[in-house]
Design a protein around this ligand. Structure first.
Ligand code: 3HC
Length: 303
C-alpha cells in the first residue's frame, strides 16, 4: 500500500550513487545505511581531512560490529567498506543522483551547501536534507531547481529507529517525492509525509518532553524524580537520556526554532540554554529503568 500522500512510485528515479555532506555522527550513520540497504557507492564530504577520516572510520567500525554479531559475512563487510569513501571536494558528487546533507543546523550553512552541490550534480539529482526543524521551502528557495529538494529526517540511532519524516517543500515535485519514498522503502524505514512546518511532527513532541523535565528540575524537583515521572508512558528512553543522545546543542536549536515559530506554545528552557552555554555535552542522565510493576501494567499484566 502506498504511504499517505506518496506520489505514484513509477515516477521514482533510480539511485546509483549517494553523496553525504558532513561526516559527523549523523552523516556516518546515514552513509552506512545507504551503502548497506541500497548497495551503491556512497561518498562523504566534510571540511577537513581529520573529520572525514573519522567519518569513514566510524562506518568501518560499525561494519566490523555487524560482522562480529554475525549479521553479515566477511565478503559483505569488505564490500560495504569498499562502497563508502571520503572526499574533501564536492566534485566527487558529480555522478551522484541522491545527495543528503547532515551539516550544522543553520539555514545559511545549509543553503550554501546545497548551492555548492547544485553546481556539480545533474539537474535531476535529488537534494535531501536531514534537518530536524528548518524550512525545506526556504532551504530550496535560492536554487536553480528547488523542485528537487526534500526533507529526509532520520532519528538517532539511525540503524535502529524505523521512522523517517519525509517533508515536502512548497516546490518539491512528485518525481523527487516518489524517489524519496522509493529510497525509504529500500532503506527499510517507515516513512511518513510531513508538512513543511517548524520541527515537523516528532521533534515538537520530544522538545516538550525534554524542555519540561529540565524546567521541573530548574524549579527544584530532583532530576531522578522528574526524569522517571514519565516512565509509565513506556518510552524507550527517559527525556534526559534522550537529550544526551541527540546532544544538548541540537535540542536547544530545535527548541529555539519552535519558540520563534510558536512563542505562545514553546518556551526555551533556561536550564537547557545554560547547559549549552556552559559547553556541556554530557548532562545529568540518571540510570533509567522502568519499575517492574509499571512494566507489567504496560505489557497488559494484571491491569
Ligand atoms: N548505533 C547502532 N546501533 C545501535 C546504537 C547505535 N548508536 N545504539 C543501540 N544500537 C543497537 C544495539 O547494537 C542493539 O542491536 P542488537 O539487538 O543487534 O544487538 C539494539 O540497538 C538495542 O540496543 P541495546 O540493547 O544496547 O539498548 P536498548 O534496548 O536500551 O536500545 C535504543 C537502545 C535503541 C537507543 C533505545 O533506547 C531507544 O530506542 N531509545 C529512544 C531513541 C529515540 O527516541 N531517538 C529519537 C531521538 S530524536 C532524533 O534523533 C531527531 C533529531 O532531529 C533530534
Amino acid at each position: 500500500k502506498r504511504p499517505a500522500g506518496a506520489p505514484d512510485k513509477s515516477l521514482a528515479r533510480k539511485i546509483t550513487k549517494v553523496g553525504v555532506v558532513g561526516a559527523g555522527l549523523m552523516a556516518g550513520q546515514l552513509a552506512l545505511l545507504f551503502a548497506r540497504r541500497l548497495d551503491v557507492p556512497v561518498v562523504l564530504t566534510d571540511l577537513d581531512q581529520e573529520r572525514l577520516d573519522k567519518g569513514v572510520a566510524y562506518v568501518h567500525g560499525e561494519v566490523d560490529k555487524l560482522l562480529g554479531k554475525g549479521r553479515i559475512n566477511g565478503d559483505k563487510a569488505n564490500h560495504l567498506k569498499s562502497l563508502v569513501s571520503g572526499s574533501l571536494t564536492k566534485d566527487a558528487f558529480s555522478d551522484a543522483d541522491f545527495v543528503i546533507e547532515a551539516v550544522f543546523e543553520k539555514m545559511s550553512v545549509k543553503k550554501q551547501v546545497f548551492a555548492e552541490v547544485e553546481a556539480v550534480v545533474s539537474p535531476e539529482a535529488v537534494l535531501a536534507t536531514n534537518t530536524s526543524s528548518l524550512s525545506i521551502t526556504e532551504m530550496a528557495s535560492e536554487l536553480e531547481h528547488p523542485e528537487r529538494v526534500v526533507g529526509f529526517h532520520f532519528f538517532n540511532p539511525v540503524a535502529v529507529l524505523p521512522l523517517l519524516e519525509i517533508v515536502r517543500g512548497e516546490r518539491t515535485d512528485d518525481a523527487t517525492l516518489a524517489t524519496a519514498f522509493a529510497a525509504s522503502k529500500k532503506l527499510k524505514k517507515t516513512a511518513v509525509l510531513c508538512k513543511d512546518a517548524p520541527a515537523f511532527v516528532v521533534n515538537r513532541l520530544l522538545t516538550l518532553f525534554m524542555g519540561e523535565v529540565l524546567s521541573a528540575v530548574g524549579e527544584g524537583t530532583e532530576p531522578e524524580v522528574a526524569d522517571r515521572a514519565v516512565a509509565p508512558l513506556g518510552l524507550p528512553m527517559s527525556p534526559l537520556m534522550l537529550l544526551q543522545l541527540v546532544g544538548p546543542a541540537v535540542g536547544l536549536h530545535v527548541a529555539e526554532t519552535l519558540h520563534e515559530a510558536f512563542p505562545e506554545r514553546f518556551a526555551v528552557s533556561d536550564e537547557l540554554a545554560e547547559i549549552v552555554k556552559a559547553g556541556k555535552t554530557e548532562i545529568f542522565a540518571p540510570d533509567f529503568t522502568i519499575d517492574p510493576e509499571v512494566k507489567e501494567i504496560l505489557s497488559g499484566g494484571d491491569n
